[in-house]
Design a protein around this ligand. Structure first.
Ligand code: HPA
Length: 281
C-alpha cells in the first residue's frame, strides 16, 4: 500500500520524465495499448518504432510472466502515435498492487487519454467458443486487493471514483464494430478477475457464472481501475483461450492458453489496428 504519496508521485514522474526525454521532439501519444497474450506481434507493426526496455525506465518494474516481454514501444499505428506496453505486471508475480498499476500512472502523467487493455481469459459463458474475442463491458473483482486502498492521491483522482462505466461504452462499441466490419466474431461480456496464479476451481467457476461473469482472468482490472481513477477512457478486449475450469473436464494448462492466443493473434491484431484507426483522440 502507498503510504508516502509525495514519494510515489515523484517516482511516477521520474519514469514519465525519462520517457518524455527519450521521445524528445516526437509527439507524445494519447493512446496506450497493453499487449496481452497473443498481441505481441502488434509490437512489430508499429511504424517508426522506438523501443524502450522497461529495465531502462527508472522505477519501472520488470515483467516476469511467460509470453510477456518487457518493453515500451512508441510508434505509429493506423496513422496515430501510440504507446504499446509489450508486457504487463500481474499481482500474482508478487508485486504490490501499486507496482502493478505503476505504468498506468506513468501513462496518465504523460497525457494518455485512451487505454486499450487486452488479455487472455477462460470462457465461463457456455456460448463462447475458443478462441473467440470478447469486448469487456464490465467486471467483477470482489476478492481482489483494492487498487486504491491507502491515502488517496488527489493529483491522480478522487477518493471514491465512480465505476458505473469502467469500460467506456463508446470505445466498446467501436471495438465491437471494428471486429464485426472485419468479419471477426466478437461478443460482449463481463470479466471476472481472479488473482491467480492458480487457475480457478470448478466450484468458483460455477459461482462466477451465477454472479453474471462470462469470462475469467488474472489481469486487466487493476489497470482499468487505476485508469478510471485518472480519468483515462478504457476499452478492453479478451481472447477466450480455454473454457474455464470444470467445463470441458480437461485440465487447464498454460500451453493451451498460449497456443490459442497465438491462433487468435492475427484477428486480435487486426481488430486493435482497426480500433485505433476509428477512435478520435
Ligand atoms: N482462468 C484465469 N486466467 C486465465 C484463464 C483461466 O481459465 N485462461 C487464460 N487466463
Amino acid at each position: 500500500m502507498i503510504t508516502d504519496t509525495a514519494e510515489y508521485i515523484k517516482r511516477v514522474d521520474k519514469a514519465a520524465d525519462y520517457i518524455r526525454n527519450v521521445l524528445s521532439g516526437r509527439l507524445i501519444p494519447s493512446v496506450c495499448i497493453v499487449l496481452g497474450s497473443g498481441l505481441g506481434p502488434l509490437s512489430s507493426m508499429a511504424e517508426s518504432p522506438i523501443e524502450i526496455p522497461y529495465k531502462d525506465i527508472p522505477e519501472f518494474p520488470v515483467s516476469t510472466a511467460p509470453g510477456h516481454k518487457g518493453s515500451l514501444i512508441v510508434g505509429t499505428l493506423s496513422g496515430k502515435p501510440v504507446f504499446m506496453m509489450n508486457g504487463r505486471f500481474h499481482y500474482y508475480e508478487g508485486y504490490p498492487i501499486e507496482t502493478v498499476t505503476f505504468y498506468i500512472r506513468v501513462m496518465g502523467r504523460l497525457g494518455v487519454k485512451v487505454l486499450l487493455l487486452t488479455n487472455a481469459s477462460g470462457g465461463i459463458n457456455l456460448d463462447m467458443k475458443v478462441p473467440e474475442l470478447v469486448a469487456i463491458t464490465d467486471h467483477i473483482s470482489f476478492n481482489a486487493e483494492p487498487v486504491l486502498r491507502g491515502p488517496n492521491i488527489e493529483e491522480f483522482g478522487t477518493r471514491f471514483p465512480d465505476q458505473s462505466h469502467v469500460y467506456d461504452p463508446e470505445l466498446t462499441d467501436t471495438l465491437v464494430n471494428s471486429a464485426r466490419d472485419l468479419n471477426i466474431r466478437i461478443s460482449r461480456g463481463v470479466y471476472a478477475y481472479c488473482k491467480g496464479p492458480q487457475y480457478e476451481t470448478p466450484a468458483e467457476i460455477r459461482a462466477l457464472r451465477i454472479l453474471g461473469a462470462d469470462c475469467v482472468g488474472m489481469s486487466t482490472v487493476p489497470e482499468a481501475v487505476a485508469a478510471t481513477h485518472m480519468g483515462i477512457r478504457v476499452a478492453a478486449m479478451s481472447c477466450i483461450t480455454n473454457m474455464a475450469a470444470g467445463i470441458s473436464g480437461n485440465p487447464l494448462s498454460e500451453q493451451e492458453v498460449l497456443d490459442n492466443a497465438a491462433l487468435a493473434s492475427e484477428n486480435s491484431c487486426a481488430v486493435v489496428k482497426e480500433f485505433v484507426n476509428r477512435i478520435n483522440v
